[in-house]
Design a protein around this ligand. Structure first.
Ligand code: R7I
Ligand code: MG
Ligand code: MG
Length: 307
């Protein structure tokens, strides 16, 4: 059993970890090849990944649980175009403001198929922590929350996979961790072929770790949810002893590095708790105090709501 304080540290670690991974990865977004770890330094601002994760947490706190319409309007209120959003979300915000409902607007994207971008997965951390002890509810809420911006099944399933990874990381401690069992649990959850295949590749890579070029070839480092969620997960699973090593590794794979960094940081931060995040990174995160206090509030709502 986790103590209340351990749980609080995990809630805070997950959200701060998201912000730190995002900020570390931001300068390298779009690098085509993996590069050396020595080049990763902390500094600068976070991007849309963290801005939206903050929105998710704020809405869960204010409504004491998931409310899709409220969350959509929280995203709209927080939207800062200089944070580097994907093409879809600002368009959807406009449609919602024009009167489309929160769960229908996203279906208009890409000729009605909806987006398979990683935007629903990159912000999911507060849902993964808040519903960590109830997988059925977690899957349902992860799905619903995706619909605000991502209605393609592959965008949704990426968010469900990331949410469940965060929830498992909250439940486990370094003493009770086995990466193969972790992946097996996720295989019981995801249905879509592309994710099942990538989880199998992760199992193989965990047994004999290949070089970064091969990892990018087989798992991907792109903006599609299926090319980035598994990569972030692998970065965590292959570096379970240290937040710093896991997130540096994730960022150094290049490609969508802010997002892969944010998602790996969310899982690893949930696993180690906020004490596992280097002080220098934690203290220098933009809006650090606000982000930590927001995660603490989410934990407070969770512990009150349980009773
Ligand atoms: O998923 P989304 O919010 O973008 C998140 C990314 C992260 O890397 C952030 O750090 C930020 O930089 O953006 O935004 P979307 O516009 O929904 O998806 C991202 C991109 O994926 C789109 O702009 C398209 O280029 C591509 N994409 C698709 N292309 C064709 N058909 C997503 N879905 C489709 C599709 O169905
Ligand atoms: Mg971003
Ligand atoms: Mg990105």
């Amino acid at each position: 059993m986790l103590s209340e304080l351990q749980l609080k540290s995990k809630f805070v670690g997950a959200l701060v970890g998201t912000g730190v991974g995002d900020t570390l990865g931001r300068p390298f977004e779009g690098f085509r090849r993996p590069f050396t770890v020595d080049t990763v330094k902390f500094g600068g601002k976070y991007t849309d990944d963290t801005e939206m994760a903050i929105g998710v947490a704020e809405s869960l706190v204010e409504k004491q649980g998931f409310d899709g319409e409220h969350m959509a309007w929280t995203f709209i209120r927080n939207f800062n175009p200089s944070r580097g959003y994907g093409w879809g979300p600002p368009q959807i915000f406009k449609w919602i403001k024009e009167g489309l409902s929160w769960d229908k607007a996203s279906r208009k994207l890409f000729n009605g198929t909806g987006s398979w971008g990683n935007g629903a997965a990159m912000r999911i951390v507060p849902i993964g922590t808040f519903y960590f002890d109830d997988f059925e509810e977690l899957k349902k809420v992860a799905h619903q929350s995706s619909l605000i911006t991502h209605s393609h099944i592959l965008g949704i399933e990426g968010a469900v996979l990331q949410a469940c990874s965060v929830a498992l990381a909250v439940r486990l401690t370094p003493e009770s961790f086995d990466p193969q069992i972790f992946v097996n649990k996720l295989l019981q959850i995801v249905q879509e072929d592309v994710y099942r295949k990538k989880l199998d590749i992760i199992r193989k890579f965990l047994r004999g770790k290949p070089d970064e070029v091969r990892i990018i070839e087989e798992l991907g480092n792109g903006i599609a949810a299926f090319d980035s969620v598994p990569t972030a997960l692998f970065s965590f699973l292959s570096h379970p002893k240290s937040f710093k090593e896991a997130v540096r590794y994730a960022v150094c794979l290049g490609g969508d590095s802010d997002t892969i960094g944010a998602m790996c940081g969310g899982i690893s931060g949930a696993f180690h708790g906020v004490e596992g995040i280097p002080d220098e990174w934690r203290k220098n995160l933009e809006n650090a105090e606000y982000i930590e206090s927001l995660a603490e509030k989410l934990w407070q709502v969770k512990t009150t709501y349980k009773k």
